[in-house]
Design a protein around this ligand. Structure first.
Ligand code: NAD
Length: 441
């Protein structure tokens, strides 16, 4: 089969599947449902149980009028999806991106339900998005859009209803505007309505690097399970943004060897180990790793997808969805794949990796560190007592390691992959909560 480039793949999947929530690249929701169905079949979930937990409970679409700096009014389409609230209020980020579409928001909300359940934090799943390229907006326009989004959907949000957080292209400042908008409407300070806030207004210590810490903790546990010596292992990390760069830094500081890193500009390989401090310095100055090979003297491959096929022990996809596909899964040489990104592996690729005996730490477990520390932020907001970074990281470690043990025990019991096991653990928890609550009216 001829090698498909990253661009060719993205072009092809744009033409593919559509679902009841609209057309979407490779239909993220169709992919999510396939994972769910496999696990549900394994535990023989009844049709009633499936009906209670599979589809999103609430979808809200809004057209947001925003006054631009030149006086004109532009309409932006926004969404909020609450997938399931059986175990607690909906929880999930808000994404600002030109490619946002309902199918993707539904899939992301769906993953949040099962992510919160697998790490056993008392939240359901939600997600939001606005179709916008924030780079085209001034700071003032971005603030007006953020506030209008929150105000328009205010009935849906609340510390016990639905708690947003940052996602692609939204940051602590946007969370600050969300929290202020809500608090102004309620006439009181309510920080627990949003997480991922700046520290000065109720954010938690350790939130920025929490997802990366979660990735590292699950990799340490999986390496112990596989008998892989982390100090001798070669690691490759695709994506050098929040999750990828912090993961690289933590591993580097632990004395591990990062043999390659990649971002949108390409893959950078150095078998003796990439100097992560230099890479961070480079991206702080230049935004991307472009030109890093000249500064550091490493090999560059122009297609960032190439990093996936390197001869390494551990591969961390930390960039985008649909990176490991049927087109490249057969050539992956790593023994362990840690899904730091959401949905980086298609279901077809997952089957190929499983047959090859590659251990995959599934996204809903691997990247749950962010939402776990969001939960700790919400707890701190509600008690009014704030913890130091050490306490936050200790709690994160305890929760993540317990989740890893639950998933590993389940994988052994059902003789299945960690992904199916993670879904089994999560589906059982959501189903149980739904049944205990019962069906109102
Ligand atoms: P980010 O925007 O900070 O970084 C994304 C990185 O991916 C950048 O380095 C970018 O250059 C790179 N990239 C983009 N396109 C690429 C391509 N085609 N090939 C290789 N690299 C490419 O995003 P982030 O917050 O680090 O999130 C990364 C992934 O992790 C996403 O899937 C996100 O949903 C998931 N995630 C993030 C968090 C979090 O707390 N930030 C939590 C859970 C899951």
């Amino acid at each position: 089969m001829a090698r498909e480039s990253s661009r060719e793949f993205q072009e092809r999947i744009k033409k593919e599947e559509s679902t009841e929530f609209g057309r979407a690249p490779a239909s993220a929701f169709a992919n999510a449902i396939k994972q769910f169905d496999k696990a549900a079949e394994r535990i023989q979930l009844t049709p009633n149980q499936v009906a209670m937990i599979k589809l999103p409970r609430k979808i809200v679409e809004v057209n947001l009028p925003v006054r631009m700096d030149d006086g004109s009014i532009r309409i932006f389409k926004g969404y909020r999806v609450q997938h399931n609230v059986a175990r607690g209020p909906a929880k999930g980020g808000v994404r600002f991106h030109p490619d946002v579409n309902l199918d993707e928001v539904v899939a992301l909300a769906f993953w949040m339900t099962f992510k919160c359940a697998v790490v056993n934090i008392p939240f359901g799943g939600g997600k939001g998005g606005v179709i916008v390229d924030p780079r085209e907006l001034s700071e003032a326009e971005l603030e007006r859009l953020s506030r209008r989004y929150f105000a328009e959907l205010i009935e849906n949000f609340g510390p016990d209803k639905d708690i947003p957080a940052p996602d692609v292209n939204t940051n602590p400042q946007v969370m600050g505007w969300f929290m202020d908008t809500y608090s102004m409407h309620q006439h009181e300070y309510i920080p627990a309505v949003v997480t991922g806030k700046p520290l000065e207004i109720g954010g938690s210590a350790g939130r920025t690097e929490a997802t990366a810490w979660g990735v590292v903790i699950t990799v340490m546990d999986a390496a112990a399970h596989l008998g892989l010596d982390l100090k001798k292992a070669a690691i490759a990390i695709q994506g050098f943004g929040n999750v990828g760069s912090h993961t690289a830094k933590i591993f580097h500081d632990m004395g591990c060897r990062i043999a390659a890193v990649a971002d949108i500009s390409g893959a950078y390989i150095c078998e003796r180990g990439v100097d992560i401090a230099k890479a961070l310095e480079h991206t702080a100055k230049n935004k991307t790793l472009e030109g890093f090979e000249k500064v550091f003297g490493c090999r560059k491959m122009n297609d960032p997808l190439d990093i996936l096929e390197l001869d390494v022990d551990i591969l961390v996809p930390a960039a985008l969805e649909n990176q490991i596909t049927a087109a490249n899964a057969g050539r992956i040489r790593a023994k362990l794949v840690a899904e730091a990104a959401n949905g980086p592996t298609t279901t077809e690729a997952d089957d190929i990796l499983e047959k090859k005996g590659v251990c995959v730490i599934p996204d809903i477990l691997c990247n749950a560190g962010g939402v776990t520390v969001s939960y700790l932020e919400w707890v701190q907001n509600r008690t009014g007592y704030y913890w130091d970074r050490e306490r936050v990281n200790d709690e994160l470690k305890r929760i993540t390691q317990q989740a890893f043990r639950d998933v590993l025990d389940t994988a052994r019991f059902y003789d299945c992959s960690l992904r199916i096991a993670a879904y089994i653990v999560a589906i059982k928890r959501v189903t149980k909560a739904s049944e205990i609550r019962g069906l109102y009216a």
